[in-house]
Design a protein around this ligand. Structure first.
Ligand code: M6R
Length: 619
């Protein structure tokens, strides 16, 4: 969704940093972009619909397109924004930054200002004129209003204006008369401050500034900051002590945010599956001493020992990982688990006993629905855990404890390696909760260690999968079926295909076929049947027979050695043998590659599918 970047310092041009930073945030999805920078004393203010590259071109063509000279500025300072339309359509006036009528206050904002209509009406009655349909435009006018009506300086007026806002937002502002300062504020939408040498960076996502510094400060809710080249002064607006100056070190390299030799981030990230499993088990899974150690759960060891029920809450792909977690935790640890979509859980009125723990799963750690789900149980006195990829993200901070995915930055909108990490970690949590009592404990510890090489083997199937994708890319519909662990896996396979190829796809429990979905089957409706070794294989094979009898084309993903399936399926992809509980990890790689190559075959924008954003920071 929307992205914010900013720079203040003398080591480089803020315009250059802002443009490059916005490019680094393109993966989040956007429809327009803009910036306000004060470079070499010149104020630039530009915005337009379309790509950041257009903005870059505009700047290069109109290099001196400054609104005014800012004589005193010795430091380069500026902010930029990529917009993903919420309030108001995709137009140039709706793009950010927004400004006041004197064009000396510039504001960019991510999120939603819920009471903007109210504020707008009040300002209109005071004579303020609006140029856009956005909620953000109220902010520069409101600051202007407080500066004039209270005869206040910019910063006190900024803080008063921010205190008036309701909703979820990250705001960055610059003021032409204080040309060496960026002002930021946050409520439920991320903003990170990068600390450099006599310079500071801001971004809604660390991947925009990791090239410059790994030292960052994550702003907390209700915090505001005045940021100059020398310092970031943080204070809290709700009277709490600001977590100011807690500088943390990011744990990934800049190259991890780049595409390298791959044509798309999605393909790169699928290929990172073996390394992702490796990172998720490193230092945690120790078969030699028959132990699993989850350092992130140490601090809540006692509470964990008392839980008798788990609710997993998540959205999209993370939700499907959660469903696999349900099977894993129930079978291995014997703890009842319920998985709920965050968008449902947050509005549901259900009894939650003290013995319940809630686990939020999120790649970004910034998904608004999942944050709201955790906030709902904030005061219930129950344990809140996180399985999060983005270090320092909101969910990582508002949960009591958790296990990081350590998958590195995921840039493609379609989540791939994060799912692999989440399922690996859910397996680890299940093992951890079993206290070594499950008969699966030792075999799974051993198998987890072997899994990266099996994932590597699976990736070698790429050219076969590509051929299959080319063969079936024209299909209008797909069904994905599976049983037990492979049922949620089928749901994820269908999501992956529909989100990047725009082909209608449904996931279904193989056992449910004859309760309805079988009616859809004909020679034009292919089924991807997940039919790996396990106690329910025979039953899945029978379901495949039923599809074959209705002339439905069948692509089977099965375990090496299953010869019989060749007689039933039109095409078969064999994955290496592994235990039933870990099959989703290998099968998912095949489905991810299949979806990827179908989208490539259709000539679609694989990494940035239409209408979707990487991090869904609004409800
Ligand atoms: O960052 P999160 O894991 O919380 O995101 C949840 C979903 O928005 C996300 O998984 C989405 O479904 C992906 N585009 C799926 O590939």
């Amino acid at each position: 969704m929307c992205g914010i970047v900013g720079y203040v310092g003398k080591n480089e041009s803020s315009t250059d940093f802002v443009i490059n930073g916005l490019k680094a945030l393109e993966y989040r999805g956007y429809d327009s972009a803009g910036l306000a920078t004060i470079d070499k004393g010149k104020l630039k203010y530009l915005k337009d619909v379309g790509r950041v590259a257009n903005l870059d071109k505009l700047i290069k063509n109109n290099g001196d397109n400054a609104l005014k000279e800012i004589g005193s500025a010795k430091i380069s300072c500026g902010i930029g924004h990529t917009r993903w339309a919420t309030h108001g359509s995709v137009t140039k006036p709706n793009a950010h930054p927004h400004t006041n009528s004197a064009s000396d206050i510039f504001v960019v904002c991510n999120g939603i200002i819920e009471n903007y209509q109210e504020i707008r009406e009040k300002l209109v009655s005071e004579g303020y004129k609006f140029k856009s349909e956005t909620d953000t435009e109220v902010i520069p006018h409101l600051i202007d209003f407080y500066m004039k009506s209270k005869k206040a300086d910019f910063y006190p007026a900024f803080k008063t204006a921010i205190s008036d806002l309701r909703g979820a937002y990250a705001v960055a502002a610059v003021y032409a008369d204080n040309p060496e300062t960026i002002y930021v504020a946050r409520l439920s939408s991320p903003i990170v401050i990068g600390v450099g040498d006599q310079e500071h960076f801001i971004a809604s996502d660390p991947s925009a500034l990791i090239h410059k510094t790994k030292k960052v400060i994550f702003l907390n809710d209700y915090e505001v900051a005045q940021i100059t080249a020398k310092e970031a002064k943080i204070e809290s607006l709700d009277g709490a002590k600001a977590a100011a100056q807690q500088v943390v070190e990011l744990d990934y390299e800049a190259e991890e945010s780049e595409m390298g030799k791959y044509p798309h981030f999605m393909l790169k990230e699928i290929h990172e599956a073996p390394a992702t499993i490796q990172s998720a088990i490193r230092g945690r899974v120790k078969p030699a001493i028959n132990t699993i150690k989850l350092g992130g759960l140490e601090s809540v060891k006692q509470q964990l020992g008392l839980i008798d029920r788990i609710i997993i809450t998540a959205c999209g792909t993370s939700y499907y990982a959660g469903l696999i977690g349900e099977y894993l935790i129930e079978e291995i640890a014997g703890v009842p688990v319920e998985v709920q979509l965050s968008s449902e859980f947050k509005y549901r009125n259900e009894p939650l006993s003290r013995g319940t723990a809630v686990i939020a799963i999120s790649q970004s750690g910034e998904t608004a629905d999942t944050i709201a789900a955790i906030k709902k149980v904030e005061d219930y006195g129950i344990l809140k855990l996180g399985i999060v990829n983005a270090v320092g993200s909101t969910l990582a901070r508002i949960t009591d404890a958790g296990v990081y995915c350590h998958a590195g930055p995921e840039q493609s909108v379609a989540s791939t390696k994060a799912f692999i990490a989440q399922v690996t970690i859910l397996t680890e949590i299940a093992l951890h909760l079993s206290n070594g009592k499950s008969k699966l404990y030792s075999p799974l510890l051993k198998e987890l260690v072997d899994l990266p090489s099996k994932a590597e083997e699976t990736l070698k199937l790429e050219s076969d999968i590509k051929k299959l994708a080319q063969k079936y890319a024209k299909a209008r519909d797909f069904l994905f079926i599976g049983r037990n662990y492979l049922y949620p896996c089928a749901l994820e396979g269908a999501l992956k295909l529909k989100e990047i190829s725009y082909i209608h796809a449904e996931g279904c429990s193989a056992g449910e076929m004859k309760h309805g979905p079988l009616a859809m089957i004909d020679e034009n409706f292919p089924t991807i049947a997940l039919a790996c070794n396990g106690p329910l294989l025979e039953k899945t094979m029978s379901n495949i027979e039923e599809i074959k009898a209705r002339k439905g084309p069948i692509i089977a993903i099965s375990t090496e050695g299953n010869e019989k399936i060749k007689t039933l399926a039109d095409d078969v992809i064999y994955v290496p043998k592994t235990v039933e509980q870990l099959q989703p990890l290998l099968v998912t790689i095949v489905m991810q590659l299949f979806a990827y190559f179908v989208a490539v075959e259709k000539g679609l924008n694989v990494d940035r599918p239409r209408n979707l954003a990487k991090s869904v920071t609004v409800e």
